[in-house]
Design a protein around this ligand. Sequence first.
Ligand SMILES: Nc1ncnc2c1ncn2[C@@H]1O[C@H](COP(=O)(O)OP(=O)(O)OP(=O)(O)O)[C@@H](O)[C@H]1O
Length: 660
Amino acid sequence: MDPKKSIPNPKRKRNNEELLINKKVKNSNVENVPSTSINSKNNVTSGIINKKATTKTRKIPFNNIVNDTKRFTALPVPKKIIPRPSGKANVKASGKSVNYGRTVTKSCPIKPLKLVTKSMTEKNRSRAGILESKQRLQLVTKSMTERSRSRAGILESKMQLAKSRREMIEIKKRNEAIRSRISKIRDDLVRVENEHETLFKSIEQMKKQTATYNEEMKKLNEHCDVANEESNKLSEIILESRKGLELRNNKIIEKRLLYEYQLKQIQEIYAGLKAEENTRKDLHNQNLDLMGNIRVMCRVRPYTDKEKEIEQVSLECFDDKHTIQVSTKRLRLWQMQIEKSTYEFDHVFNTSADQKEVYLELSPLVQSAIDGYNVCIFAYGQTGSGKTYTMEGNVNSPEKKGVIPRSIDEIFDKIEETNKLGWNFEVYVQYIEIYNETIQDLLIDEDKDRKKSCKDRKKSFKEDRKKSFKESKDLCKIVYNEDTRMTIIENAERLKISKKKDMEILIGKASNRRSKSSTNSNSVSSRSHGVFILHLEGENPLEKMSSRGSLSLVDLAGSENIDKSGSVGDQMTEAQSINKSLFYLRYVIQQIKDKSNHVNYRDSVLTSLLKYSLGGTAKVCMLVNVSPSTDSTNETKKSLSFGQDARKAHVGTAMRNGCA
Ligand SMILES: Nc1ncnc2c1ncn2[C@@H]1O[C@H](COP(=O)(O)OP(=O)(O)OP(=O)(O)O)[C@@H](O)[C@H]1O
């Protein structure tokens, strides 16, 4: 539907209305002027008025009408006689009053006949004039009547004009209102048209968009169809996988139940293991206690190639592995008699015993160190009896490895095992030597320092022995912790080791640094006491337990017969120092055995260092190394009798360090 058609044109309407109004005005003008009261001239006048009315419909000035009326009344009137009109005496036409019916005459004197005739003629003439005037008067009267009529008509028309003017004003007002309405409507129309246009445009746009959307919808529908198909397929897959998942879930639940059951079993086993471990520890330590605090073992080294050629068997190790017999030939009553001395030890290793066999017997003590005890194993014997071989051996050979490297291996293996039970162990190492009653650190990393130290040391022996001794003493000091009953070597390196390999390298280096020299009894004779200490510090956060054990492995310098060894000079001094310290060691053990009130630990550095191992809460094992050579029988017998005496010494009850 076209909106333009439905809406009427306000302009056209207005024109129509105006035409109507003009028509009315025209008609009213024509109607208001009475045709009977107007003569031809008046008709012309009224025609003029009408014409004016037609041309100027809205403004018909009242003065014009009055003027017309004046013109209309200005007819020829006789000068002498003013006939009185039949109607009203006075008519105000122009505001001046006129007196009608009054005659203006002049007095005439008596004249002769001629004159009378003349006057008669004149009289007649005047009569005719009068008649004429009468006629004229009549005409004037008539015209006056007509004029009065026309005046009334004019008045009437005036009134009508005023009325029509009022109407006109009203119409005008209405017209204005209509016009304003029209303009408003027009504005509205314009606005509506604009809106319509906008709407139309937007409708067009929307139509386009709808078309685009329709296309897109079509495409989307196609996609939807494809997606629906895929979704159906996926639903099937999901259903299948859900079934699979349910199956897996069931399996997982089964496995979880199994796992929980196994975990429970493991926990029970663990608890059993823990109980067994505790029992083992207790039994082990009870066993060691029953065996005595100082365990003494004897090892007979094999014959050297040189000894094999000349020697005869003088030592016999019994099969019970506890007894050793020394046979010595002695001339008595002019008869050569064989004297046999038997010694008993916790274990006797004959010449065929290898490194592994020896270590197996010492292994429980190493376990005690892990359990938190202070353990001390030291090798005692005459020079060349195989102490260093037993303690160190050949570090690089698995067969010939001594107690020190084997202990390290076992400690690291056991630490790994204890990790499974929640233990975390840290291993620290110290390695010193007691040379001529001074403590030297074998873990000093810088060879330069070490060389300098050796140089100084040699110099000290040659030049100022006492001074050097004092200086060396200042270097490393022995300090006791009375609370924990532990010995601390101050200023000595304490290295943390986390790998076996690192430890082996360290021992190799330290071993090379040890003071050695060649004597008649031994080509590579140790001229110092080597002390290797492992500190084992363990924590178990699960059990809230801690453990602090130590393992001191001591390779003592060999006692030697100076005459026999042929030591002179420095070597003799070294031998004297060694013998002296070993004497004090024997003396201390004797005092312990005799349960003496005072034990002289401080007489030598060695006994000072072993104070808490020999007379404290430590587990001690002494390995008495002996030579099978008949040449060394006396020294062997001395070593064996010392070992036997030490075995009888009861130093006290071993105590575990750490807390449960
Ligand atoms: N059980 C053994 N098996 C094989 N060889 C051994 C054994 N014991 C010692 N030896 C050898 O005997 C020699 C002396 O041994 P070792 O150096 O260990 O004696 P030592 O007691 O340490 O002497 P020193 O006190 O003078 O240092 C070395 O050559 C060593 O290899």
